[in-house]
Design a protein around this ligand. Structure first.
Ligand SMILES: Cc1cc2nc3c(=O)[nH]c(=O)nc-3n(C[C@H](O)[C@H](O)[C@H](O)COP(=O)(O)OP(=O)(O)OC[C@H]3O[C@@H](n4cnc5c(N)ncnc54)[C@H](O)[C@@H]3O)c2cc1C
Length: 382
């Protein structure tokens, strides 16, 4: 399958790649080692316009299409920017800001999008709860109308950017008995009484992103912070999914390219038995396997992106295939990458062990690989 990227899109990819390689990659190792969200990286992402790509120019964005957003994510992954920073960007731009932009009213868009697109504010999205992950519709967080205010009660967990966010799109149910149809989206700003976030979790990978719980204790928000329509929240999460299966996966595609280049170089330089290890067929096959996974991942992700740009309805088969492919085969590729580096692959001095730790998230976050198979098998007809 040949994708019709425009000259402009490819030039943009190149520009982002060079910027990320020179300005952002050098800061990534420290952020990962310290397990800290880097405000310096955030500023650099904002000043390059990378936090507001899909939004209209009048709201501070660049008016980029979905494919261009994916190319930017791929370019940053290719430059070696770690998945922690890119997850923070993804949660902010695609899970929080885009939901506000798509379902918010004029006043909400004008208030939030320029601040989020510039990076002045950081956004988060809270759907998952301690007792409701894959089965998000079974959420317990409630929203009760009290005069002209909504009162939220409950908690969320694993929320990317929560410890550093200024605004969070929170999903809550107005009536648990209504299941999906009760779920409603709300905008909660940091500083609102009853809204608090936990200490950042100590994570296996994507460590430069800050993740924590969100607590809502009699958290009162004004009527105007209702996002979209009552009972439509679950439908909004479906739109989020199309970003989750395209722009949020694209950095992993770029990461595979980064890894192939690292592995190819190492296999050329490393000599054992008087030969570069790349002369051994076992190593050649590992490099070939990573290349196959890279190309397969690229096709699966851009198929979703081109569909989204063409305005086609979300194809759940395509989105789930993209998520399962990148998640499951990405781990295989990362593991083979470590193997090519031998003992050096296992220690921190080379970027490969970090890549393996980060790659695991693609099998879990935003819908696990098992859930993707559950969806794919339901959609298959024999
Ligand atoms: C680093 C990180 C960042 C995250 N960021 C966010 C965020 O910003 N916002 C947000 O709302 N959430 C976020 N999440 C949450 C993430 O989306 C959930 O972890 C994920 O959806 C899985 O839910 P769970 O962890 O509760 O696992 P569970 O749903 O409890 O699943 C446990 C196991 O059971 C399997 N399983 C469950 N149901 C089925 C089924 N029907 N068929 C087969 N197997 C099944 C799963 O595949 C998994 O292996 C994040 C998670 C992580 C780790």
């Amino acid at each position: 399958m040949e994708f019709g990227f425009t000259e402009e899109q490819l030039m943009f990819r190149e520009t982002v790649y060079k910027y990320a390689k020179n300005e952002i990659y050098p800061l990534c190792e420290e952020a990962d080692l310290k397990s800290e969200f880097s405000r310096e990286v955030w500023k650099k992402l904002g000043s390059m316009g990378l936090l507001g790509l899909p939004f209209p120019e009048e709201l501070g964005g660049s008016g980029a299409d979905v494919v261009t957003c994916c190319l930017a994510g791929e370019a940053m992954g290719h430059a070696g920017v770690d998945s922690g920073h890119l997850l923070a960007l993804g949660a902010h731009t695609y899970l929080c800001a885009d939901t506000l932009h798509k379902w918010g009213n004029e006043a909400q868009r004008k208030k939030y999008i320029p601040r989020l697109a510039s990076g002045e504010w950081i956004g988060a999205m809270g759907l998952t709860e301690p007792g409701a992950g894959s089965d998000a519709a079974s959420m317990q967080t409630t929203a009760t109308k009290k005069g002209d205010r909504w009162v939220l009660n409950g908690s969320k967990t694993f929320i990317t950017n929560a410890p550093v966010c200024d605004v969070c799109v929170v999903y809550a149910t107005i009536d648990r008995a209504k299941k999906h149809q009760g779920i409603t989206a709300f905008i909660v700003e940091r500083g609102t009484k009853g809204f608090s976030t936990g200490k950042p979790f100590h994570k296996m990978g994507v460590r430069a992103s800050a993740t924590s719980e969100v607590f809502l204790e009699d958290c009162e928000i004004p009527e105007e912070n209702l996002l979209g329509e009552v009972g439509m929240g679950f439908m909004y999460t479906h739109e989020t999914l199309s970003w989750d299966r395209s722009a949020l996966l694209a950095p992993f595609v770029g990461g595979l390219q980064f890894m192939i280049e690292q592995c190819g170089q190492y296999a050329t330089d490393r000599v054992q038995f008087d030969k570069p290890i790349k002369s051994f067929q076992a190593i050649q096959h590992k490099l070939a396997d990573i290349k196959v996974i890279l190309e397969g991942s690229r096709m699966a992700v851009y198929r979703v992106a081109f569909d989204k740009d063409s305005g086609k309805p979300l194809n759940h088969m395509h989105t789930s295939i993209a998520k399962a492919f990148v998640g499951d085969w990405g781990i295989k590729a990362a593991s083979e990458g470590v193997q090519i580096f031998g003992g050096y692959g296992y220690i921190h001095d080379y970027p490969i062990e970090k890549y393996l730790r980060d790659a695991k998230l693609a099998q879990i976050g935003g819908g696990t690989s098992e859930v993707q198979r559950f969806i794919i098998s339901r959609l298959m007809s024999f």
